[in-house]
Design a protein around this ligand. Structure first.
Ligand code: NDP
Length: 297
């Protein structure tokens, strides 16, 4: 039987509608959640992402501010901008669009953001808090979105074997930490695989929940998936396609057509994890505003 297609687009719309209600409540109490996005340089893809994030924030009723620094802005200038936003009471969440130019040290940037305003969840304090099982920490948006999709489609990972393919700091590792937490969306038995895993298929075939974040098209094929598994495809890859006006199309890391015949549920690309990531950024901003209000009362 063909898999249920998990629509990240629909779930993200649901999440955003719920957030709008929470934002309205906060606003009525005099607290408008605020998100600042900081971008260094004019990279078109980064500009596009930051623009989308800003628009989504405004739609949810969140105050949004975009700070654009020139490509040759110094590290000190960027750190000074972050310091200003850390101290600004209208701003509850700060996101610095990565990557930053080579002359700026990314680690210093992540450390400069107030952990309470770190809506990307990349500050080492938040990374540590997540891996020690803290439940009210700001967590990276993409893995948070994957968990939300699993829960909202009746694919609770609790008690299941979850396999995460990929061990990056932005997806694979935090994903594994979330699946391991003693909390809704967690309590799974977790295996992490990566490029040095011997016989990847033997590992992925054990997965009741399979989360794939590799960055290579068609890496996971039908023979590598356990019948009935829930498959979350995080990958975003451009492949040439002369039939499309723009000359390419976007695919995930999973061979969607093959795997959907075996899996119980599967996310498409596009329209799966991608829309959830932005919804979770808004969710983190609202969470940060609520936390900061609780801390100051
Ligand atoms: P990274 O390149 O940082 O990490 C990729 C991981 O995949 C690494 O751990 C690597 O292993 C592993 N890997 C590479 N090749 C193989 C292989 N053949 N078999 C098994 N494991 C392999 O990527 P990211 O985590 O940043 O992103 C992964 C994908 O997700 C990309 O396509 C990216 O565009 C997408 N993405 C999508 C988002 C969304 O919103 N939908 C958000 C963020 C990312 P090793 O560590 O050994 O090198």
């Amino acid at each position: 039987m063909a898999a249920e297609i998990i629509s990240g687009k629909e779930i993200a719309a649901q999440v955003r509608a719920e957030l709008k209600d929470r934002v309205e409540e906060l606003t009525a109490e005099g607290l408008v959640p605020g998100l600042a996005t900081v971008i260094v340089g004019e990279d078109p893809a980064s500009q596009l992402y930051v623009g989308m994030k800003g628009r989504a924030a405004k739609e949810a009723g969140i105050y949004s501010r975009q700070v654009t620094l020139p490509a040759d802005a110094s590290e000190d200038e960027l750190l000074g901008t972050i310091e200003g936003l850390n101290a600004d009471p209208r701003i509850h969440g700060i996101l610095v669009q990565l990557p930053v130019p080579d002359h700026i040290e990314e680690g210093k940037v992540l450390l400069a953001i107030d952990p309470e305003k770190d809506v990307d969840g990349f500050h080492p304090i938040n990374v540590g808090r997540l891996s020690t099982g803290d439940l009210n920490v700001l967590v990276p948006c993409t893995p948070k979105g994957c968990i939300e999709m699993l829960l909202r489609t009746g694919n609770d990972p609790a008690g299941k074997h979850a396999v995460v393919v990929g061990r990056s700091n932005i997806v694979g590792r935090p994903m594994a930490s979330l699946l391991l937490r003693k909390a809704p969306g967690g309590n799974a038995t977790v295996t992490i695989a990566h490029s040095r895993t011997a016989d990847l298929g033997a590992v992925t075939r054990q997965a009741d929940v399979l989360v794939v974040a590799i960055g290579r098209p068609d890496t996971i094929t039908a023979d590598m998936v356990k019948p009935g598994a829930a498959v979350i495809d995080v990958g975003i890859n451009r492949i040439d396609d002369a039939s499309r006006e723009r000359g390419y199309r976007v695919v995930g890391d999973v061979d969607f057509e093959g795997v959907k015949e075996v899996a119980g549920a599967i996310t498409p690309v596009p329209g799966g994890v991608g829309p959830m990531t932005i919804a979770m950024l808004l969710s983190n901003t609202v969470q940060a505003a609520e936390n900061q209000r609780a801390a100051s009362s």
